[in-house]
Design a protein around this ligand. Structure first.
Ligand code: NAP
Length: 444
């Protein structure tokens, strides 16, 4: 008998889970279900369009997808096209690799005004995610406030600041390129509620901010600490010292002839988004860092802006019948174990942290649990899934189908660009000559 395992989600954590299972030589069948026709999750929809090299990691996922033990079922949404109970009935184990697709709440008055977006939405918009194609963020303004000091905040600032020629070799969709290029945005504020030493970005990304053709990074050198203080590993200290050195170098970046400014504001926490009908300004309170925490100084100021992008981290989406940790915004789990036969990996398991490769150890851990916990029970697995989906009339997309969609995107790309993404699901399915039944996607 064969162990049948379903993985829900075809992002990095899903593919690393499949790879880890194959490596264990359990003789199992692994089926990866993905709600969109396109695989690779955040590699396609999270990694910034100008970071094409980072996306090459998907080549290793392709190897996994083409392994004979593995099958890809795209355009199948668990909860809409098939229930978790049904999956449990068909498979010995279900691994939830569903990521953390929801924005954390900003939780300040005015946080729901038009003109406030989360980075999941905004990054999804400029990366051609079907759910965010129609976001229409307000770029008809002179200033944007980006809240957060992580890599996503830097990605957002960079994509807004880069010139058309800097973005020419990317897969930034035309609608986003047009909106950004037509925008009068000249001031981009990146706001950290704590200090430079507490920022979470990595150095390669921070250095990029000093190398932009038409934007200059600005900060008040007086806010930069003399040294990196506090207890931490030697490696962390080195990384933080590098970041500090990079921030110190910013005042030397030539501003002449540049039309955009990227302002780094530290020790400022958002307290209110101001505006009558839409965002007009962000109100902030100055803070100081005490024992690693931001403490308010009862001193307030405002940054006029027409768009606020809250780049403050993500939450996983609760799944009916699966325990959820509301505080952490993850699927409740004990080192990847959720319930008998149900496991979680990646951001759904540990929250939105680390780099792409950080998902590998989780995957190994969970593959180990599965090896220890389960023996095959003769469940129908793949054959049962195919039968069920066909009975339900689900227009599921195989990996070979995805390669045809990908080929169409590559063929349509302008000479320098790697691909011209198809954005609407119906356009992806049209490449396959498949007309889907109109089905509502779950709310995001
Ligand atoms: P992140 O690294 O966790 O940064 C979130 C930022 O938001 C932190 O500065 C945090 O401040 C701040 N924040 C949280 N809640 C806030 C609030 N209520 N008000 C004000 N500020 C708040 O998250 P991320 O930037 O979304 O990145 C997610 C993960 O993806 C990270 O592991 C990141 O490294 C990774 N990523 C990597 C790359 C890359 O390698 N190029 C690119 C994109 C993303 P505190 O520290 O004070 O909580």
């Amino acid at each position: 008998m064969t162990l049948s395992i379903a993985i829900v989600g075809a992002g990095p954590s899903g593919f690393y889970a499949a790879e880890a299972l194959i490596k264990r030589d359990l003789g199992c069948h692994v089926d990866i279900l993905e709600s969109l026709p396109t695989p690779f999750g955040l590699i396609r929809f999270g990694v910034a369009p100008d970071h094409e090299k980072t996306k090459r990691v998907s080549r290793s996922y392709e190897k996994t997808a083409l392994d004979e033990a593995v099958r890809y079922f795209g355009n199948v949404e668990v909860g809409r096209d098939i229930g978790l109970d049904k999956l449990r009935e068909l498979y010995d184990a279900v691994i939830l690799a569903v990521g953390a697709p929801l924005d954390r709440e900003l939780g300040v008055p005015g946080g729901d005004l038009p003109g406030v977006v989360g980075s999941a939405e905004f990054v999804g918009w400029y990366n051609g995610h079907p759910d965010f194609r129609d976001l229409e963020p307000n770029l008809e303004c002179r200033a944007v406030a980006i809240i957060g000091n992580g890599n996503v905040a830097l990605d957002v600032a960079r994509v807004l600041a880069k010139t058309p020629s800097e973005m020419a070799g990317t897969d930034l969709p035309d609608y986003a390129a047009k909106a950004i290029q037509a925008s009068p945005v000249a001031d981009i504020h990146i706001i950290g509620r704590r200090g430079p030493n507490e920022a979470k970005w990595t150095n390669v990304e921070l250095r990029e901010m000093g190398r932009l053709d038409d934007a200059v990074p600005l900060l008040d050198p007086a806010v930069l600490p003399e040294a990196v203080a506090g207890e931490m590993s030697a490696r962390d200290r080195r990384l933080k010292e590098k970041n500090l050195a990079t921030l110190r170098s910013f005042p030397e970046v030539a501003a002449a002839g540049k039309s955009k400014r990227i302002h780094f504001a530290f020790c400022a926490r958002p307290v209110e988004v101001l505006g009558a009908e839409r965002v007009e300004a962000l109100r902030l309170e100055r803070t100081r860092v005490e024992d690693g925490r931001a403490v308010g100084c009862n001193e307030f100021f405002e940054i006029p802006c027409g768009l606020v992008v809250a780049s403050i981290g993500y939450r996983s989406r609760p799944i009916a019948g699966v325990p959820f940790d509301e505080r952490l915004g993850v699927i409740a789990n004990r080192k990847g174990r959720v319930a008998p036969g149900i496991y979680a990996v990646g951001w759904a398991m540990r929250g939105p942290s680390g780099v792409i490769g950080t998902n590998k150890p989780d995957a190994d851990l969970v593959a180990g649990h599965i090896e220890a916990d389960l023996t095959p029970t003769g469940k129908p697995g793949r054959a049962g899934l195919e039968r069920y989906l066909d009975d339900q009339g689900v227009a599921w997309v195989s990996y070979e189908d995805w390669k045809r969609i990908e080929a169409a995107e590559v063929a349509a790309a302008s000479p320098k660009a790697p691909r011209k993404k198809l954005i609407r699901i119906k356009d992806m399915l049209a490449v396959l000559d498949r007309l889907p039944e109109p089905r509502a996607r779950s709310a995001t």
